[in-house]
Design a protein around this ligand. Structure first.
Ligand code: ATP
Ligand code: MG
Length: 248
């Protein structure tokens, strides 16, 4: 098993330090938050059968605070996931299998949203030295965005294939697309056009793919759809199931 820091360069050391500091702070915040939430839930139970208008109003307010607490916890969890993905642990894995597992996971949500999932996997791809869990997270973030971009249903087309020096995972949706002037912004930490988005999905994905020595390509047209292509370099092939060194 080999590990490598995602941020290897000197100029990134300060970033790493700041993200560790912020990660620590978020951790510290989570404990009192869950105590507050637990107490609010107990309070909610006490007011569950309101005796008068005043108690009814109190119950509503408690429930609003609980919802906001949940939102806050989600934001902190997203942040922790983002700041935590510091090391790669690479083993030989099938990228088809990793992608398939992501699609299995989102299938119920896609079904509910009237989205057809179409898979075109190249069955001859070799095993690659990847951190499967992190790569799955990278793909999941793109797939979730694709689903969220098709509120009225559509198609999610996922292909894997070899191309030149790369093995590719291509994720296409028929959603609302991304305007040209936003196509750079979407990679920025905390950029989100969604009411409940934290804007950490794509920066996390980019970080993970780069750590694997890969790249991501985006093509999108408004009201037509969006295509993300993750390219992983072929030099990550695992020969005879032997684990390769991560390229950091
Ligand atoms: N497939 C897509 N179709 C249309 N817009 C997209 C797509 N993928 C990403 N975007 C745009 O990029 C923005 C940033 O995406 P990102 O995943 O980083 O954050 P988010 O989805 O808003 O929030 P979250 O942190 O919950 O993922 C989105 O808010 C959206 O505007
Ligand atoms: Mg997202």
């Amino acid at each position: 098993m080999e590990s490598a820091n995602l941020d290897m360069t000197n100029e990134k050391q300060e970033d790493t330090w700041i993200s560790q500091l912020a990660g620590g702070l978020v951790h510290e915040l989570k404990n009192p938050l869950s105590t507050i939430k637990m107490n609010l839930q107990l309070l909610e139970e006490e007011f569950m059968k309101p005796q008068n208008r005043k108690e009814e109003r109190a119950l509503k307010k408690i429930q609003t605070i609980i919802n906001e607490m949940n939102e806050l916890q989600n934001i902190l969890d997203d942040f922790l996931r983002f700041s935590k993905s510091q090391t790669l642990e690479c083993h030989p894995h099938s990228i088809n299998k990793a992608v398939e597992e992501v699609l299995d996971f989102v299938e119920p949500e896609a079904f509910l949203n009237n989205i057809q999932i179409r898979k075109h996997f190249d069955p001859h791809l070799p095993l690659l030295a990847i951190d499967k869990n992190l790569l799955k997270q990278a793909v999941l973030n793109i797939v979730l965005n694709a689903i969220q971009a098709m509120p009225d249903g559509g198609e999610l087309i996922v292909r894997t294939f070899a191309n030149g020096n790369d093995y590719c995972i291509e994720i296409t949706d028929t959603g609302y697309g991304i305007a040209k002037d936003k196509q750079d912004k979407i990679w920025e930490v905390y950029y989100s056009s969604k009411k409940k988005g934290t804007g950490l999905g794509l920066p996390t994905t980019m970080r993970i793919v780069k750590a694997h020595g890969g790249t991501i390509q985006l093509e999108s047209e408004e009201n037509k759809g969006t295509q993300f292509t993750i390219r992983l370099p072929k030099h990550r092939i695992c020969k005879d199931h032997e684990t390769l060194h991560s390229q950091g």
